[in-house]
Design a protein around this ligand. Structure first.
Ligand code: R5P
Length: 296
């Protein structure tokens, strides 16, 4: 017990000063519980509401994707440059050091491999394991318009309910089937449905026309998905266009780990997202960092 002798009797309650109000730049999060807001602030930079997430969850349906053959060697060293990591619990536990400071977004749906119908997903992780791992969010694929649309919506809403119990946000990922067009009409429909059903974050692809409407119509942060590997300047331009249209940042996989210099690409993407660097200048940064042979 503390020593009671010698306590100062002069207290400073500042009666004329209103209680502090804490605000941040994370869209739609002001009315969430403290724990959820705290977790979101580990994924997104609270002042700007932006993030650079590194996605390497591909193995949950693709197996050993090019660039992800050895996550411990190729990806773990990049984690210090990511605001958050998006991965499966399997790759996290085996290949990422628990000392990482990055936010953690864990893949929580799965089922079919690339050999089967991909939309046939189910929940693939219990929320109690996300708590055990200390996840900052869980991610679920949502197949709006797909063959198993209702089930994937159920996967989402089940996780949202469990997430509220645990204080863990849910990232809904718009999964675009081969038969669906990635235009603003479809993406706007999909992100809005995901947000209305309770996801605190949404990830979706970029579209050249109307992406600002997709973002404006979604009341939670919209994070741009990377998609297939593009030449670096094109990928940086797409990321820049997305954040300038209001996206809360990017969640990129192949455009990072399949780059000739993943570490240089991380630096360039960070400059676009967090510093609003022009894509051409970011590309020069990429080239300079690549030539400096910064180890991956
Ligand atoms: C998205 O559907 C999955 O989460 C992917 O496995 C991953 O996020 C894709 O990343 P990228 O398209 O940037 O390689």
């Amino acid at each position: 017990m503390a020593d009671l002798d010698g306590n100062l009797s002069a207290k400073q309650f500042h009666p004329g000063t209103p209680s502090a109000r804490f605000t941040h730049g994370i869209r739609g999060a002001d009315n969430l519980d403290w724990g959820m807001q705290n977790r979101l602030a580990r994924i997104l930079e609270p002042a700007t509401g932006r993030t650079v997430m590194l996605a390497f969850d591909h193995g949950y349906f693709q197996g050993p994707t090019s660039g992800l053959e050895r996550i411990d060697l190729n990806i773990a060293p990049l984690s210090e440059l990511a605001d958050a990591l998006m991965c499966t619990r399997g790759s996290l536990r085996t290949s990422i050091p628990p000392s990482t400071r990055a936010g953690l977004v864990l893949r929580a749906s799965g089922g079919p491999s690339i050999l089967k119908e991909l939309s046939d997903e189910h929940p693939a992780m219990a929320m109690e394991d996300a708590v055990r791992i200390n996840a900052d969010a869980v991610a679920v694929q949502v197949f709006v318009g797909g063959e198993h649309e209702s089930r994937s919506i159920r996967n989402l809403t089940g996780l949202v309910d469990a997430g509220y119990t645990a204080g863990i946000p849910v990232l809904g990922v718009t999964a675009v089937g081969k038969e669906l067009t990635r235009d603003s009409r479809y993406l706007g429909l999909a992100v809005r449905i995901i947000a209305e059903l309770g996801a605190q974050l949404v990830k979706t692809y970029y579209c050249d026309e109307g992406f600002e409407d997709v973002v404006a119509g979604c009341p939670v942060p919209v994070i741009m998905a990377g998609g297939k590997k593009l030449p670096e300047l094109e990928a940086l331009t797409m990321a820049s266009n997305a954040v300038r249209a209001g996206a809360a940042g990017v969640d990129m996989g192949r455009n990072i780990f399949q780059s000739a210099s993943p570490r240089a690409m991380m630096l360039a993407v960070r400059a676009v997202v967090h510093d609003d660097l022009d894509p051409q200048d970011a590309y020069e940064l990429f080239r300079t960092a690549s030539e400096a042979r910064v180890p991956a």
